[in-house]
Design a protein around this ligand. Sequence first.
Ligand code: LHQ
Length: 259
Amino acid sequence: METILYQVADNIATITLNRPETLNAFSDQMIDETTSALKQAGRDEAVRCVMITGNGRAFSSGQDLADVTARAGSFSIGDHLRHGYNQLITTMIALEKPIIGAINGVAAGAGCGVALAADLRIASDRASFMLAFSKVGLIPDSGVNWLLPRLVGYARAYEMAITADKIPAARAYEWGMVNRVVPHDQVWETAVAWATSLAAGPTLAYGLTKRIMHKTWDMSLPEALAYEAYLQEVAGRSADNKEGVRAFLEKRAAHFTGK
Ligand code: LHQ
């Protein structure tokens, strides 16, 4: 990996976007490497929580604009999305382990899409979110049209899209885009503390919860109830369910294995 750092320790995989000279703009290589790292984290049974952050003062400035400008002639944005960002965002949503975004600075354009595709966001008080797309005459992509209105409602999402205003962390919290805002120097330790606790949790149940919460967006109540019964049957047969119930009855802390 040349454009990201990937590390696994204590059941946590950490992905650090690592092109700080461009504020971690996404080159093709960085899109591919981030997608591969997420797939690897999905396959690795030792990984029970994933963290994603940016090196330097930004989370990500989105698409590397110098990179796409350099190959203007035959470049198809549609193909670029289909082969690149669409794979990345789909991989994040399909990954049945919690993903924590440690949002250390600005998250712009596709970088905002990646931040929103994390399951939980801890933002630095210096972070901001910016749908920079309209500044370059584009519509939001990277899943933003699916994710953002669900988090903040249509009016705020559309406002962000057409103004391309930088939404500071405090407002992002008020709007429901982030779970916590912490002083800049505490972002990493706060995210690690949360990840450590999640990595010791019932990983299978966390993963199935992510799956059902995304699937039920498009379901009627009877369909959602039926799907809950189906997946609860799966969770109910897990070792962690047995251990959780036993631990409760024995008045002790549960030791979950994620299975
Ligand atoms: C950058 C970038 C960048 C390259 C900062 N690229 N170098 C999908 C498919 C295909 C095509 C197009 O797009 C998409 C999806 C998208 O993501 S569209 C949106 C693309 N992103 C943007 O439009 C954001 C562009 N960046 C900015 O507006 C600013 O840099 C922000 C607001 C993020 C930060 O502003 P500042 O803190 O003032 O930093 P800066 O502008 O001075 O940037 C620092 C350096 O990073 C600078 O390089 P330099 O050599 O002068 O130090 C920038 O050129 C470079 N950089 N973003 N996306």
